[in-house]
Ligand binder design. Structure first.
Ligand code: FAD
Length: 488
């Protein structure tokens, strides 16, 4: 059974709308695709970091880095540097790298050392020393191998989100997308509860086989039109606000990393582009006011006296839909849910949502209802799996300097996966077994869990000495050697 719609109306022209349009135009060249966006309702205009999935996205669309990166002021990203999250002595910062085949020879040493240290023996366990990405970042190198036969390692990008949207719009228009600038005022349903058409201010009634809601947090179709249920993550993730500010580049050649710096009631991102730096403070509105958050951010950036540089205040709704695909409507982007941007996963979720939708519609062996059910379940698993890892950043902290960190540290509402992994880790038990037992719920895999638990310093305080010191220089020497061999 071919479930591919003949005509699709995408509502919304933020990054989600334009990414969706390009994927659909590529997969279904014979489908009639229209995108309508409002001139009166703006885009969110933040979101400047990605995961390695974005590399695959451009690859699938046959768009070279040399074409899109300069237009979007994009830089490479090899991981995230977490600063001030742990609160434990000796664990001031750690790097969460994008992993690669190059890590293999020394990653096992890191996993082994973590086991030793969990059981009370001294051993080097700082993730930065055991993964090649951090050496690349320290030396401000790009992750592209200098010789064609070199390794193709995982990496991601930073980019200007407004420019990325414009670039993707240009590409979609070149491929024949029908584009309307108008505001959707109403959503009309047929007797079976599906969407029959939308009503736009100037264009009037627009019908389609299938509708995609990319209207951002408002969810104009999926929430307001189809009244779909939302599952909040607010009990585990307190941050519901952000304040963003752009500053000039402070160095001509930045480190290819996002910095994530813990603050009084949240954390701050620093993202280097080719033309400027994006900064923002993601915080809990129950723990700090917008004015105080802005003051703290400006103070960190040395901008207290500079009122000319304007900030942007934002509210965030954290959670996900119960059903992303309902009737003939799919929600994509902020309309379907959002997990705060700590690991920059939103565009990856957009991509997965659309890719899986295309695959579901092409699957011959299931009817539409069964495909939809499986699809929604699989997306919920991905959202919840990411949430589990993000929550770990807050609940593994040992900080007690503000109510915010205390409330996080003492939060008893822990995801089951996190509790299982942490209990195995801290009891000196079998972490591998705990990871294996939860493998269907995990989005972040073994290396990421080891990095966060080690990076946050979840080890006994009193350690018996061992003679493991040589391992550290061996690991550092290895990282340096492969970096010099393949990158410049
Ligand atoms: C503080 C913060 C930081 C973030 N950082 C990251 C990050 O580092 N990495 C990452 O991947 N993501 C990040 N995100 C998420 C990212 O910004 C979004 O996922 C991305 O921009 C896509 O947004 P969107 O297209 O869903 O919504 P929006 O950008 O809000 O676009 C909505 C579109 O819908 C249109 N629209 C709305 N209502 C109507 C209507 N009635 N009629 C017609 N059109 C309508 C609007 O005109 C607009 O074009 C961040 C988000 C926040 C809040």
């Amino acid at each position: 059974m071919n479930k591919q719609p003949k005509s699709i109306l995408i509502v919304g022209g933020g990054t989600a709308g334009w990414m969706t349009a390009n994927s659909l135009l590529h997969a279904w060249p014979n489908c009639q695709i229209t995108l309508i966006e409002s001139a009166d309702i703006g885009i969110i205009g933040v979101g400047e970091g990605a995961t390695p999935y974005l590399k695959q996205y451009f690859k699938q669309l046959n768009i070279a880095e040399s074409e899109w990166m300069p237009e979007c002021d994009a830089t490479y990203k090899v991981g995230i540097n977490f600063e001030g999250w742990s609160g434990s002595e000796g664990y001031d910062s750690y790097f969460h790298p994008f992993f690669s085949v190059l890590d293999k020879p020394i990653a096992d040493m890191f996993f082994h050392n973590c086991g030793l240290r969990r059981r009370g023996f001294e051993a080097p366990v700082k993730p930065d020393d055991f993964f090649v990405a951090k050496t690349l970042s320290n030396q401000k190198l790009s992750p592209i191998s200098v010789n064609a036969s070199g390794p193709d390692i995982d990496y991601a990008y930073h980019f200007d989100s407004v420019k990325l949207g414009r670039f993707l719009r240009k590409k979609a228009l070149q491929k024949g997308l029908h584009h309307i600038v108008d505001t959707v005022k109403d959503v009309a349903l047929s007797a079976d509860g599906a969407i029959s058409h939308i009503l736009a201010e100037k264009s009037g009634s627009i019908a389609a086989d299938f509708f995609i809601d990319c209207t951002g947090f408002s969810g104009r179709l999926i929430h307001q039109g189809l009244n779909q249920q939302y599952v909040s993550y607010a009990k585990q993730l307190f941050n519901d606000s952000a304040v963003a500010i752009q500053t000039p580049l402070d160095t001509p050649k930045p480190h290819p990393q996002t910095r994530s710096i813990a603050m009084q009631a949240g954390w701050m991102w620093k993202i280097p582009l080719t033309t400027r730096v994006g900064n923002g403070y993601v915080y809990s509105g129950s723990h700090i006011s917008a004015d105080k958050a802005e003051h703290e951010l400006r103070s960190r950036l040395g901008l207290l006296e500079n009122s000319e540089i304007q900030v942007k205040h934002l509210k965030m709704r954290i959670g996900r839909l119960e059903r992303h695909w309902h009737q003939n409507c799919l929600a994509v982007g902020l309309s379907q849910g959002f997990i705060e941007p700590l690991e920059a996963t939103a565009l990856m979720l957009t991509q997965l949502t659309v890719e899986r939708f295309i695959a579901s519609c092409s699957s011959p062996d299931k009817n539409l209802t069964a495909s939809r059910e499986d699809y929604n379940q699989s997306l919920n698993n991905i959202f919840d799996g990411i949430r589990d890892y993000i929550v770990a950043h807050y609940q593994l902290t040992n900080r007690s300097d503000t109510d915010y960190w205390l409330d996080n540290k003492n939060n008893t509402d822990s995801p089951a996966v996190l509790s299982a992994i942490l209990s195995a880790w801290e009891s000196g038990g079998d972490v591998e077994r705990a990871l294996h037992a939860n493998k269907h719920s995990l989005v972040y895999l073994r290396p990421s869990w080891y990095c966060i638990l080690a990076g946050m310093g979840r080890f006994p305080k009193d350690l018996k000495s061992t003679n493991n010191a040589a391992q550290l220089s061996q690991a550092k020497e290895y990282c340096q050697r492969v970096t010099s061999q393949y990158f410049e």
